[in-house]
Design a protein. Structure first.
Lengths: 298, 333
């Protein structure tokens, strides 16, 4: 009975690991393992890749996957480049872009949100107008437009993704800051003579870190997909850097002849994003008591 | 309520103005001369000057912007460099394809997501719930363009049951009435054309709708879960209604309110998602047109397209806001 095994894995009977760490769900565990693997591959990339990702082997063009132990585990592409090595190197770019985007947009969004919510008034109005305008762009469209006009580079790519991804942080943190500013401990700090900057840094921001973490997880998932999408459209990273998105773009014309070309890079994007989403779900379940009560999670 | 709508409508105008300014700056900050690109590197100075004058590129930037605003307000974005025709016309010819694709994607997503979400939410932790939740998670994690490629690989390549690209097989479709091929063929009572259009639209629409499917399923599920604890549901049960009646009449109708908001919000994502899915399937819509226009540095066409997309996005959100107010009597502005 599949239902029984699935249920027992998540809720009913905690296994060994779940007993070891009471909050560790099957969800968090699976997600965590995937994300850790992704990070490890991203960092160790050049050391574990069996071949140079850009080396063209003219005697081995478009070779299908040959299985473990052979020189080209996942086969080669139309230029004789090793798919496995390119995928490993691709993880590096995805990792770098995703972390940079989440980190930078997190800092911008959290600070602007905290300032906006705590100060209120004209500052709030101005920041919220900016939010409204940036948010009025359909998501992928702004990235494409920016990349197409600024040119392809890793820096521009990160910029193009950050420009919209700070918004969710800003909105949620502003809402939190609005309620926090009338809480006793903030009022007490104000009465004791703490300045605005001090209150925001010491009292507002520490209280919004948890929720920002959850937003960050989902932002990371969306950054990876967005990076791949832009690279696929040819406006992402420069073509000489192997990424999952550019690999898919290269594979497009070989769909009918070489199935392994589009299969593996896409599978990597999917599994990585799935892992991050699982982790995000678990994080939200354990941080949001309201959702925990009903057992729900969007 | 009317006051609310007027206020919201008035709020949209400055947003659109700022967006147009942003687009204008972005386009003109770009490296690369459009005149050179179109005429070729070996053109002489006189020809370049003539072309610049014809396209108004020799004027100061702020004049170009005001000119652009003036004509944009009238729905005119100038002539496309590439096609030599008014931008509005070029976009109009491509819009039905995109709208048809987006609508079809929404239909697929909602038809699958809502029942799945309701079933999952009504019986939390059952096998149906597990199946639905997994499905939802897969949906939100799936890169739509990769799903598109995989669908082509499987359904068109291996099984050979669906066409790989385009909107119709050459010569099958009848004359255009509305530009929506499915609707046209139904209006003309042309069975083969309708089937042909359906086989062409199925894969791109499924690829485009998959993220929305995942999100909708998850929102429906959690919304149903929340409503299940409400007192009126307990009352409905207490007065002896069957479980089926309770779920579909009392729970679902109330749980769908947040779902509508999400459909609206995702519509924008769907629109921009169509850019990439259209590219995968060579779907002749406005999304693939944008990529063509960008590659050709066709400023008027890019501006027109970006403005069209953004205006549509803003407008959809406005409509959804209003719909929300009408559907949920608890919301009063």
């Amino acid at each position: 009975m599949p239902s029984l095994t699935l249920e027992s894995a998540t809720e009913e009977s905690p296994g060994f690991l779940a007993r070891l760490l009471p909050r560790l769900h099957a969800k968090a565990f699976t997600g965590g393992v995937i994300v850790l693997m992704f990070i490890a591959v991203g960092i160790l990339g050049p050391k574990i890749a069996p071949h140079d990702p850009n080396k063209q082997e003219l005697t081995a063009l478009t070779k299908p996957p040959q299985g473990l132990g052979s020189p080209h585990v996942l086969g080669t592409d139309n230029l004789g480049r090793d798919i496995f090595s390119r995928i490993i190197h691709g993880a590096r770019v995805s990792l770098l872009v995703a972390f940079a985007v989440v980190f930078i947009s997190g800092i911008i969004g959290v600070s602007l949100g905290a300032i906006s919510g705590y100060l209120g008034g004209k500052t709030d109005f101005l920041i919220q107008k900016v939010v409204e305008v940036v948010w009025a762009f359909p998501p992928l469209l702004l990235g494409i437009t920016i990349m197409a006009f600024l040119g392809q580079s890793l820096f521009n790519l990160i910029l193009a993704l950050v420009i919209q991804r700070w918004i969710p942080y800003c909105r949620v943190v502003r809402g939190q800051a609005l309620t926090l500013r009338s809480r006793e401990f903030v009022v007490a700090a104000r009465c004791l003579g703490a300045g605005k900057g001090q209150i925001i840094l010491r009292h507002i921001i520490p209280n919004v870190i948890q929720i920002s973490l959850v937003i960050g997880t989902f932002a990371m998932a969306s950054s990876i997909i967005a990076e791949a999408s832009l690279s696929f459209l040819g406006v992402g990273v420069p073509p000489e850097i192997p990424t999952w998105g550019t690999m898919l773009a290269d594979a497009r014309i070989y769909i009918s002849t070489a199935w392994w070309l589009p299969l593996f890079p896409g599978l990597c994007i999917f599994i990585t994003v799935l892992g991050i989403n699982l982790l995000g779900d678990a994080l939200r379940d354990s941080l949001d008591p309201r959702l925990k009560r009903t057992g729900a999670g969007i | 309520m009317a006051g609310f709508f007027v206020q919201r409508l008035a709020g949209i105008i400055p947003v659109l103005l700022l967006i147009s300014l942003l687009v204008f700056i972005l386009i003109h900050a770009a490296p690369g001369d459009p005149t050179l690109m179109l005429l070729g590197e070996e053109t002489n100075a006189a020809d370049i000057a003539k072309a610049n004058q014809r396209w108004g590129l020799d004027r100061p930037l702020y004049i170009q912007y005001f000119k652009f605003l003036e004509s944009a307000a009238a729905g005119e974005f100038g002539k496309s460099f590439k096609y030599g025709e008014p931008v509005t016309g070029v976009i109009k010819a491509r819009l039905p394809a995109t709208i048809e694709l987006a609508l079809f994607a929404i239909v697929i997503a909602t038809l699958l997501a809502i029942p799945l979400g309701v079933w999952a939410g009504a019986k939390p932790n059952s096998w149906l719930d597990n199946l639905g939740t997994t499905f939802g998670l897969f949906g939100i994690s799936m890169p739509s363009f990769w799903l598109g490629i995989m669908l082509i690989l499987l359904l068109a390549g291996v099984l050979n049951i669906l066409p790989t690209s385009g909107r119709s097989t050459y010569g099958v479709a009848g004359p255009e009435i509305t530009g929506f091929y499915l609707l046209d063929s139904v209006l003309e009572k042309n069975g083969p054309a309708a089937w042909d259009a359906l086989t062409h639209i199925f894969m791109p629409a499924l690829a485009l709708g998959v993220n929305m499917l995942g999100i909708l399923m998850r929102v429906t599920r959690s919304s149903v879960l929340e409503v299940m604890n409400e007192e009126y549901v307990v009352t409905a049960r207490a007065k002896g209604l069957t479980e089926k009646n309770v779920i579909w009449r009392h729970v679902t109708s109330n749980a769908l309110i947040p779902v509508i908001t999400v459909v609206g919000l995702e519509l924008g994502t769907l629109l921009s998602g169509s850019i990439i899915v259209e590219t995968v399937f060579s779907w002749p819509g406005s999304g693939s047109l944008l990529i063509t226009a960008l590659n050709a540095r066709d400023y008027p066409l890019v501006t027109g397209l970006v403005m069209t997309y953004t205006a549509a996005f803003v407008l959809i959100n406005f409509i959804i806001d209003g719909l929300y107010a009408i559907i949920d009597p608890r919301i009063r502005y």
